[in-house]
Write a protein that binds this ligand. Structure first.
Ligand SMILES: Nc1nc2c(c(=O)[nH]1)N[C@H]1C(S)=C(S)[C@@H](COP(=O)(O)O)O[C@H]1N2
Ligand SMILES: [Mo]
Length: 336
């Protein structure tokens, strides 16, 4: 039986585990007679959009090499680094490590499998609907949106609720810029974000029809307009690979990773706190606020320390993931 993601033991988040799983995958490929896909020196074939899967493919039986990047507006990368929001206390996670250990339940509960499956998601064309309590609702083509927004690169820590962490260079734009463009009504109190629903292209949705799809998340208006909050379109100086949430994903670095919803199709302004994917699935365990806090343990493990993916380095967890100077005032003395 496969472990659920929230049962992921910390010790598996080591470079050895990444390496061993990688080898297992290559052996599987060999066993299926597709070893020819692997280059002479063991490099993977880079999956390109031209190799798109047949529309009728049944997710469960398709095995293919992953797509390296979704090529939305590649000429805009790398974007200018914003040094103010890029101060790190640790070295950044290697790209190949970050790209092969992902939480993306639409594809798999196994973190090391997501990158091998996410290519199935068709990201072209892609539209984002901005709706609800706004003066100017919009249906935005992703390429047009990306060209309109002020792209910049930022190095952020990413802290998963499962007690592992990474440090990642995102490219994106402040969510605030989009919010200003649609002019929310004063009755808008929360921003609700929804991911796609398409079981034909997402084996995790196919296998778990009873889960609370589509993956949804939410922020208060103050959180959504905070200067740290970005919508990412790229990572490591190029457009987002699908396993990281192409073509558009949220990044809120002071909150646990599950708030940073991937592959967004709808952004809605609402009056009430929106239901969220994990809170619906596991009531009371993954709360709406999800502010990183070393003093508040998960019911099944401590949050006092975290392990850096790729190096195995153990570090003390920082309140608000180290971003208190930007966000502590949002929570009025409480921690959210
Ligand atoms: N749509 C969607 N977004 C998601 C998830 C998911 O399963 N589905 N997982 C979240 C979790 S738990 C984490 S830790 C981060 C991981 O982002 P990464 O794979 O880019 O590192 O994505 C978040 N966004
Ligand atoms: Mo996470």
């Amino acid at each position: 039986m496969r472990r659920r993601g929230w049962q992921f033991p910390e010790r598996e988040a080591t470079p050895e585990a990444v390496f061993m799983n990688r080898r297992k995958f290559m052996q599987t490929l060999g066993g299926l007679g597709t070893a020819g896909l692997l280059g002479a020196c063991g490099h993977e074939k880079i999956y390109t959009p031209d190799d798109a899967p047949p529309a009728a493919a049944t997710p469960a039986v398709v095995i293919k090499e992953p797509q390296a990047t979704a090529d939305t507006a590649p000429s805009l990368y790398p974007a200018r680094l914003n040094p103010v929001f890029s101060r790190l206390d640790r070295s950044r996670t290697k790209e190949e490590v970050a790209a092969r250990l992902n939480n993306f339940y639409e594809f798999s509960e196994a973190k090391d499998e997501v990158w091998q499956l996410a290519w199935m998601l068709d990201t072209k064309p892609w539209t984002v609907e901005v709706a609800g309590l706004v003066h100017k609702p919009q249906l935005l083509d992703i390429d047009a949106l990306i060209r309109r927004m002020p792209l910049e690169e930022r190095l952020y820590r990413l802290r998963c609720v499962e007690a592992w962490a990474m440090a990642v260079p995102w490219t994106g734009f402040p969510l605030k810029a989009l919010i200003e463009a649609v002019e929310p009504l004063s009755s808008a109190k929360y921003v609700k974000l929804l991911s796609f629903f398409n079981p034909e292209q997402a084996p995790g949705q196919w296998d778990n029809p009873g889960w609370s799809w589509p993956y949804g998340e939410g922020l208060t208006m103050a959180e959504a307009t905070n200067e740290l909050t970005i919508l990412a379109t790229g990572v490591y100086g190029h457009p987002l690979p699908k396993q990281h949430g192409a073509p558009l994903r949220l990044v809120v670095p002071w909150k646990y990773g599950y708030k940073s919803i991937k592959s967004i199709v709808r952004i809605e302004f609402v009056e009430e706190e929106p239901p969220t994917f994990w809170d619906t699935l596991q009531p009371g365990v993954y709360d709406f606020w999800a502010n990183v806090d070393p003093a508040v343990p998960h019911p099944a493990w401590s949050q006092a320390t975290e392990e850096m993916i790729g190096t195995g380095e153990k570090r003390p967890t920082l309140l608000y993931n180290g971003y208190g100077e930007y966000v502590a005032q949002l929570y009025d003395g409480g921690r959210g």
